[in-house]
Design a protein around this ligand. Structure first.
Ligand code: KG4
Ligand code: ZN
Length: 370
Protein backbone atom coordinates (compact mmCIF):
# COMPACT_ATOMS: atom_id res chain seq x y z
CA UNK A 1 0.00 0.00 0.00
CA UNK A 2 1.45 3.33 -1.06
CA UNK A 3 -0.18 6.61 -0.01
CA UNK A 4 0.54 10.04 -1.44
CA UNK A 5 -0.10 12.85 1.07
CA UNK A 6 -0.74 16.47 0.12
CA UNK A 7 -0.59 19.32 2.64
CA UNK A 8 -1.82 22.82 1.71
CA UNK A 9 -3.70 24.05 4.79
CA UNK A 10 -1.68 27.23 5.23
CA UNK A 11 1.63 28.49 3.86
CA UNK A 12 3.61 25.31 3.17
CA UNK A 13 3.10 23.08 0.17
CA UNK A 14 4.09 19.59 1.29
CA UNK A 15 3.92 16.18 -0.34
CA UNK A 16 4.93 12.82 1.09
CA UNK A 17 4.85 9.14 0.17
CA UNK A 18 4.15 6.57 2.87
CA UNK A 19 4.50 2.84 2.25
CA UNK A 20 2.58 0.45 4.53
CA UNK A 21 5.59 -1.82 5.07
CA UNK A 22 8.60 0.34 4.28
CA UNK A 23 7.40 3.50 6.05
CA UNK A 24 8.08 6.98 4.72
CA UNK A 25 9.71 6.85 1.28
CA UNK A 26 10.27 10.58 1.07
CA UNK A 27 8.75 14.03 1.29
CA UNK A 28 9.18 17.43 -0.32
CA UNK A 29 8.29 20.87 0.95
CA UNK A 30 8.04 24.36 -0.53
CA UNK A 31 7.82 27.15 2.02
CA UNK A 32 6.06 30.42 1.22
CA UNK A 33 7.98 32.42 3.81
CA UNK A 34 9.53 34.81 1.28
CA UNK A 35 6.17 35.39 -0.36
CA UNK A 36 4.39 36.46 2.84
CA UNK A 37 7.31 38.09 4.68
CA UNK A 38 6.70 41.61 3.25
CA UNK A 39 3.15 41.49 4.68
CA UNK A 40 4.21 40.28 8.14
CA UNK A 41 1.85 37.30 7.98
CA UNK A 42 0.08 34.85 5.69
CA UNK A 43 -2.02 36.44 2.90
CA UNK A 44 -4.62 33.74 2.16
CA UNK A 45 -5.11 34.53 -1.54
CA UNK A 46 -1.37 34.54 -2.21
CA UNK A 47 -1.06 31.24 -0.34
CA UNK A 48 -3.71 29.56 -2.53
CA UNK A 49 -2.13 30.81 -5.75
CA UNK A 50 1.31 29.62 -4.72
CA UNK A 51 0.00 26.13 -3.86
CA UNK A 52 -1.45 25.97 -7.38
CA UNK A 53 1.97 26.83 -8.84
CA UNK A 54 3.95 24.41 -6.67
CA UNK A 55 1.84 21.25 -6.34
CA UNK A 56 2.50 19.46 -9.62
CA UNK A 57 6.20 20.34 -9.93
CA UNK A 58 6.68 19.10 -6.35
CA UNK A 59 4.84 15.89 -7.16
CA UNK A 60 7.19 15.26 -10.08
CA UNK A 61 10.19 15.91 -7.83
CA UNK A 62 8.88 13.53 -5.17
CA UNK A 63 8.21 10.74 -7.68
CA UNK A 64 11.68 11.18 -9.20
CA UNK A 65 13.42 11.33 -5.80
CA UNK A 66 11.74 8.16 -4.55
CA UNK A 67 11.83 6.28 -7.87
CA UNK A 68 8.04 5.92 -7.76
CA UNK A 69 5.69 5.62 -10.74
CA UNK A 70 2.27 7.22 -10.46
CA UNK A 71 0.77 3.78 -11.07
CA UNK A 72 2.32 2.51 -7.81
CA UNK A 73 0.17 4.85 -5.71
CA UNK A 74 -2.85 3.19 -4.07
CA UNK A 75 -4.38 6.10 -2.17
CA UNK A 76 -4.25 9.87 -2.40
CA UNK A 77 -4.62 11.73 0.91
CA UNK A 78 -4.93 15.47 1.42
CA UNK A 79 -5.48 17.84 4.33
CA UNK A 80 -9.23 18.49 4.31
CA UNK A 81 -9.15 20.86 7.30
CA UNK A 82 -8.96 22.78 9.49
CA UNK A 83 -7.13 25.59 7.70
CA UNK A 84 -7.47 28.41 5.19
CA UNK A 85 -10.34 27.42 2.95
CA UNK A 86 -8.80 28.58 -0.35
CA UNK A 87 -5.48 26.93 0.44
CA UNK A 88 -7.23 23.70 1.47
CA UNK A 89 -9.25 23.70 -1.75
CA UNK A 90 -6.14 23.75 -3.94
CA UNK A 91 -4.79 20.58 -2.32
CA UNK A 92 -8.22 18.95 -2.26
CA UNK A 93 -8.87 19.62 -5.92
CA UNK A 94 -5.50 18.33 -7.05
CA UNK A 95 -5.85 15.26 -4.81
CA UNK A 96 -9.31 14.45 -6.14
CA UNK A 97 -8.23 14.95 -9.73
CA UNK A 98 -5.19 12.68 -9.32
CA UNK A 99 -7.27 10.04 -7.55
CA UNK A 100 -9.87 10.19 -10.30
CA UNK A 101 -7.23 9.88 -13.02
CA UNK A 102 -5.45 7.02 -11.25
CA UNK A 103 -8.72 5.31 -10.23
CA UNK A 104 -7.70 5.12 -6.57
CA UNK A 105 -9.44 6.24 -3.35
CA UNK A 106 -9.03 9.78 -2.07
CA UNK A 107 -8.87 10.42 1.68
CA UNK A 108 -9.42 13.77 3.40
CA UNK A 109 -7.38 13.89 6.60
CA UNK A 110 -7.60 16.12 9.66
CA UNK A 111 -4.63 18.46 9.91
CA UNK A 112 -4.29 18.19 13.70
CA UNK A 113 -4.55 14.41 13.65
CA UNK A 114 -1.79 14.45 11.05
CA UNK A 115 0.32 16.62 13.39
CA UNK A 116 -0.31 14.18 16.23
CA UNK A 117 0.64 11.22 14.07
CA UNK A 118 3.87 12.95 12.98
CA UNK A 119 5.29 12.05 16.40
CA UNK A 120 4.64 8.35 15.65
CA UNK A 121 5.76 8.41 12.03
CA UNK A 122 9.17 6.91 12.59
CA UNK A 123 8.14 4.15 15.03
CA UNK A 124 4.42 3.51 14.49
CA UNK A 125 4.45 0.09 16.17
CA UNK A 126 5.69 1.61 19.40
CA UNK A 127 2.63 3.61 20.41
CA UNK A 128 1.61 3.43 24.05
CA UNK A 129 -2.08 4.17 24.50
CA UNK A 130 -3.71 5.80 26.33
CA UNK A 131 -1.63 8.97 26.23
CA UNK A 132 -2.05 12.71 26.46
CA UNK A 133 -1.25 14.81 23.40
CA UNK A 134 -0.32 18.48 23.49
CA UNK A 135 -0.96 19.87 20.01
CA UNK A 136 0.50 23.33 19.57
CA UNK A 137 0.43 25.10 16.22
CA UNK A 138 -0.31 28.50 14.70
CA UNK A 139 -4.04 27.87 14.79
CA UNK A 140 -4.58 25.43 17.67
CA UNK A 141 -3.63 24.73 21.27
CA UNK A 142 -5.16 21.43 22.33
CA UNK A 143 -4.66 19.02 25.19
CA UNK A 144 -6.17 15.73 24.12
CA UNK A 145 -6.65 12.38 25.81
CA UNK A 146 -5.95 9.70 23.23
CA UNK A 147 -7.57 6.36 24.05
CA UNK A 148 -6.56 4.99 20.64
CA UNK A 149 -5.69 6.57 17.33
CA UNK A 150 -8.94 8.23 16.28
CA UNK A 151 -10.44 8.25 19.77
CA UNK A 152 -9.84 11.73 21.05
CA UNK A 153 -11.23 13.60 24.05
CA UNK A 154 -10.32 17.26 24.20
CA UNK A 155 -9.26 18.07 27.76
CA UNK A 156 -8.39 21.71 27.22
CA UNK A 157 -7.87 24.32 24.53
CA UNK A 158 -7.03 27.98 24.13
CA UNK A 159 -9.90 30.33 24.79
CA UNK A 160 -8.27 32.99 22.59
CA UNK A 161 -4.91 33.03 20.73
CA UNK A 162 -3.24 29.73 19.87
CA UNK A 163 0.32 29.38 21.22
CA UNK A 164 1.93 29.77 17.80
CA UNK A 165 -0.23 32.82 17.14
CA UNK A 166 0.91 34.33 20.48
CA UNK A 167 4.54 33.70 19.48
CA UNK A 168 3.94 35.30 16.07
CA UNK A 169 2.13 38.37 17.42
CA UNK A 170 4.67 38.92 20.21
CA UNK A 171 7.50 38.56 17.69
CA UNK A 172 5.92 41.35 15.66
CA UNK A 173 5.84 43.59 18.74
CA UNK A 174 9.58 42.97 19.09
CA UNK A 175 10.16 43.93 15.46
CA UNK A 176 10.94 40.39 14.33
CA UNK A 177 10.13 39.15 10.83
CA UNK A 178 7.45 36.59 9.97
CA UNK A 179 7.37 33.70 10.83
CA UNK A 180 7.74 35.00 14.35
CA UNK A 181 7.91 31.83 16.48
CA UNK A 182 11.34 30.57 15.43
CA UNK A 183 12.69 34.16 15.26
CA UNK A 184 11.51 34.86 18.82
CA UNK A 185 13.05 31.61 20.06
CA UNK A 186 16.39 32.57 18.44
CA UNK A 187 16.25 36.02 20.04
CA UNK A 188 15.42 34.52 23.45
CA UNK A 189 18.55 32.36 23.25
CA UNK A 190 20.65 35.53 23.14
CA UNK A 191 19.55 36.60 26.63
CA UNK A 192 22.08 36.00 29.41
CA UNK A 193 20.91 34.38 32.65
CA UNK A 194 20.87 37.81 34.32
CA UNK A 195 18.87 39.31 31.46
CA UNK A 196 16.48 36.38 31.60
CA UNK A 197 15.31 37.61 35.02
CA UNK A 198 14.83 41.23 33.98
CA UNK A 199 11.17 40.83 33.02
CA UNK A 200 8.45 38.62 34.50
CA UNK A 201 5.20 37.75 32.78
CA UNK A 202 2.31 35.88 34.37
CA UNK A 203 1.59 32.23 33.59
CA UNK A 204 -1.99 32.61 32.37
CA UNK A 205 -4.78 30.55 33.96
CA UNK A 206 -2.52 28.27 36.01
CA UNK A 207 -4.29 29.15 39.24
CA UNK A 208 -7.67 28.16 37.87
CA UNK A 209 -8.79 24.56 37.78
CA UNK A 210 -9.14 22.97 34.39
CA UNK A 211 -6.95 22.58 31.38
CA UNK A 212 -7.89 25.50 29.14
CA UNK A 213 -5.37 28.10 28.06
CA UNK A 214 -5.39 31.82 27.34
CA UNK A 215 -2.45 33.48 25.64
CA UNK A 216 -3.74 36.82 24.40
CA UNK A 217 -3.14 38.54 27.77
CA UNK A 218 0.52 37.59 27.63
CA UNK A 219 0.92 39.36 24.33
CA UNK A 220 -0.81 42.41 25.86
CA UNK A 221 1.65 42.34 28.78
CA UNK A 222 4.54 42.40 26.31
CA UNK A 223 2.94 45.32 24.47
CA UNK A 224 2.62 47.17 27.79
CA UNK A 225 6.28 46.60 28.67
CA UNK A 226 7.40 47.78 25.22
CA UNK A 227 5.24 50.93 25.55
CA UNK A 228 6.58 51.69 29.03
CA UNK A 229 10.17 51.32 27.87
CA UNK A 230 9.54 53.51 24.87
CA UNK A 231 7.77 56.23 26.83
CA UNK A 232 10.63 56.24 29.35
CA UNK A 233 12.95 56.69 26.35
CA UNK A 234 14.74 53.48 27.20
CA UNK A 235 16.52 51.84 24.31
CA UNK A 236 14.83 48.82 22.76
CA UNK A 237 18.30 47.45 22.12
CA UNK A 238 19.15 43.84 21.44
CA UNK A 239 19.72 42.80 25.10
CA UNK A 240 16.38 44.34 26.11
CA UNK A 241 14.47 42.69 23.28
CA UNK A 242 16.20 39.38 23.99
CA UNK A 243 15.26 39.65 27.68
CA UNK A 244 11.60 40.27 26.79
CA UNK A 245 11.60 37.37 24.30
CA UNK A 246 13.14 35.08 26.91
CA UNK A 247 10.62 36.07 29.60
CA UNK A 248 7.71 35.58 27.17
CA UNK A 249 8.99 32.18 26.03
CA UNK A 250 9.54 31.09 29.63
CA UNK A 251 5.99 32.11 30.60
CA UNK A 252 4.47 30.21 27.66
CA UNK A 253 6.58 27.11 28.16
CA UNK A 254 5.97 26.93 31.91
CA UNK A 255 2.23 27.34 31.36
CA UNK A 256 2.24 24.46 28.89
CA UNK A 257 4.36 22.30 31.21
CA UNK A 258 2.06 22.95 34.19
CA UNK A 259 -1.04 22.04 32.16
CA UNK A 260 0.60 18.90 30.76
CA UNK A 261 1.50 17.75 34.27
CA UNK A 262 -2.09 18.34 35.36
CA UNK A 263 -3.50 16.50 32.33
CA UNK A 264 -1.33 13.42 32.94
CA UNK A 265 -2.14 13.39 36.63
CA UNK A 266 -5.87 13.78 35.99
CA UNK A 267 -6.07 11.08 33.34
CA UNK A 268 -3.55 8.69 34.89
CA UNK A 269 -1.85 8.41 31.50
CA UNK A 270 1.88 7.63 31.63
CA UNK A 271 2.84 8.97 28.28
CA UNK A 272 2.88 12.45 26.71
CA UNK A 273 3.05 13.31 23.03
CA UNK A 274 3.74 16.84 21.83
CA UNK A 275 3.38 17.90 18.21
CA UNK A 276 2.61 20.84 15.90
CA UNK A 277 4.78 23.77 14.82
CA UNK A 278 5.51 25.02 18.35
CA UNK A 279 6.81 21.57 19.34
CA UNK A 280 9.95 22.60 17.42
CA UNK A 281 10.68 24.97 20.31
CA UNK A 282 13.80 23.77 22.11
CA UNK A 283 12.94 25.24 25.51
CA UNK A 284 9.53 23.54 25.40
CA UNK A 285 11.08 20.21 24.43
CA UNK A 286 13.70 20.46 27.18
CA UNK A 287 11.22 21.35 29.90
CA UNK A 288 8.74 18.66 28.87
CA UNK A 289 11.60 16.16 28.85
CA UNK A 290 12.44 17.28 32.41
CA UNK A 291 8.81 16.92 33.50
CA UNK A 292 8.53 13.43 32.06
CA UNK A 293 11.88 12.33 33.53
CA UNK A 294 10.80 13.56 36.96
CA UNK A 295 7.55 11.54 36.89
CA UNK A 296 8.75 8.51 34.95
CA UNK A 297 6.49 9.37 32.02
CA UNK A 298 7.35 8.71 28.42
CA UNK A 299 7.68 11.63 25.98
CA UNK A 300 7.10 11.37 22.23
CA UNK A 301 7.98 14.28 19.93
CA UNK A 302 8.28 14.45 16.14
CA UNK A 303 11.68 14.82 14.53
CA UNK A 304 12.35 18.52 13.90
CA UNK A 305 11.41 18.34 10.21
CA UNK A 306 7.94 16.93 11.02
CA UNK A 307 6.97 19.51 13.68
CA UNK A 308 5.82 22.22 11.29
CA UNK A 309 3.48 21.55 8.35
CA UNK A 310 4.66 18.85 5.95
CA UNK A 311 3.37 16.26 3.50
CA UNK A 312 4.90 13.27 5.31
CA UNK A 313 2.45 13.49 8.19
CA UNK A 314 -0.49 13.73 5.79
CA UNK A 315 0.69 10.66 3.87
CA UNK A 316 0.99 8.74 7.14
CA UNK A 317 -2.44 9.89 8.41
CA UNK A 318 -3.94 9.07 5.00
CA UNK A 319 -2.38 5.62 5.11
CA UNK A 320 -3.94 4.95 8.53
CA UNK A 321 -7.26 6.43 7.50
CA UNK A 322 -7.63 4.66 4.17
CA UNK A 323 -9.30 1.52 5.63
CA UNK A 324 -11.60 3.78 7.61
CA UNK A 325 -12.85 5.16 4.33
CA UNK A 326 -14.76 1.99 3.59
CA UNK A 327 -16.19 1.66 7.09
CA UNK A 328 -17.15 5.28 7.50
CA UNK A 329 -18.46 6.36 4.14
CA UNK A 330 -21.60 7.61 5.80
CA UNK A 331 -19.80 10.23 7.87
CA UNK A 332 -20.11 13.56 6.13
CA UNK A 333 -16.48 14.47 6.59
CA UNK A 334 -15.22 11.00 5.82
CA UNK A 335 -13.11 10.26 2.81
CA UNK A 336 -14.79 9.30 -0.41
CA UNK A 337 -13.70 7.37 -3.49
CA UNK A 338 -11.86 9.63 -5.90
CA UNK A 339 -13.73 8.39 -8.94
CA UNK A 340 -17.19 8.51 -7.40
CA UNK A 341 -19.47 11.50 -7.59
CA UNK A 342 -19.79 12.15 -3.90
CA UNK A 343 -21.47 14.95 -1.98
CA UNK A 344 -19.10 14.85 1.01
CA UNK A 345 -17.50 18.26 1.58
CA UNK A 346 -14.08 18.60 0.03
CA UNK A 347 -12.70 20.70 2.85
CA UNK A 348 -13.69 22.05 6.26
CA UNK A 349 -12.16 25.30 7.49
CA UNK A 350 -13.30 24.33 11.01
CA UNK A 351 -13.34 20.73 12.07
CA UNK A 352 -13.34 19.59 15.73
CA UNK A 353 -10.81 16.81 16.30
CA UNK A 354 -13.25 14.91 18.50
CA UNK A 355 -15.64 14.57 15.50
CA UNK A 356 -13.29 12.14 13.79
CA UNK A 357 -14.46 8.55 13.53
CA UNK A 358 -12.28 6.09 15.47
CA UNK A 359 -10.12 3.84 13.35
CA UNK A 360 -12.17 0.65 13.13
CA UNK A 361 -11.05 -2.22 15.28
CA UNK A 362 -7.44 -1.21 15.76
CA UNK A 363 -5.04 1.32 17.08
CA UNK A 364 -1.53 1.41 15.71
CA UNK A 365 -0.33 -0.85 18.49
CA UNK A 366 -1.71 -2.61 21.56
CA UNK A 367 -1.79 -0.73 24.85
CA UNK A 368 1.12 -1.00 27.23
CA UNK A 369 0.54 -1.90 30.84
CA UNK A 370 0.54 0.76 33.58
O1 KG4 B 1 1.99 23.49 12.68
P1 KG4 B 1 2.41 24.72 11.97
O2 KG4 B 1 3.53 24.63 10.98
O3 KG4 B 1 1.21 25.36 11.19
C1 KG4 B 1 -0.08 25.39 11.70
O4 KG4 B 1 -0.76 24.32 11.62
O5 KG4 B 1 -0.44 26.45 12.24
O6 KG4 B 1 2.77 25.77 13.12
C2 KG4 B 1 3.23 27.04 12.81
C3 KG4 B 1 3.42 27.81 14.11
C4 KG4 B 1 3.72 29.26 13.87
O7 KG4 B 1 2.93 30.05 14.72
C5 KG4 B 1 5.20 29.35 14.24
O8 KG4 B 1 5.58 30.62 14.70
C6 KG4 B 1 5.31 28.30 15.32
O9 KG4 B 1 4.50 27.25 14.86
N1 KG4 B 1 6.70 27.85 15.52
C7 KG4 B 1 7.40 28.06 16.66
C8 KG4 B 1 8.69 27.49 16.44
N2 KG4 B 1 8.70 26.96 15.18
C9 KG4 B 1 7.47 27.19 14.63
N3 KG4 B 1 7.07 28.65 17.81
C10 KG4 B 1 8.00 28.70 18.77
N4 KG4 B 1 9.24 28.21 18.64
C11 KG4 B 1 9.64 27.60 17.51
N5 KG4 B 1 10.87 27.10 17.39
ZN1 ZN C 1 -0.03 22.68 11.09
Amino acid sequence: MLTLGIETSCDETGLGLYHGRRGLLGHVLASQVDLHAPYGGVVPELASRDHVRKLLPLLRTLLAQTGTRAGDIDTVAYTAGPGLVGALLTGATVARALAWAWRVPCVGVHHMEAHLLAALLEAPDDTPVPFVALLVSGGHTLLVEVAAIGRYRVLGQSLDDAVGEAFDKTAKLLGLPYPGGPALARLARQASEAQARRFQFTRPMINRPGLDFSFSGLKTQVRQVVRELESANQAMDLPTRAAIARAFEEAVVQTLVIKCRRALQQTGARSLLVAGGVSANQRLRQQLAGLCAEHGWRLRTPAAEYCTDNGAMVAFAGHLRSPAQVAHNAVASAPCAGHADNAAPLVRARWPLADLPPLPGRSIAPPIAG
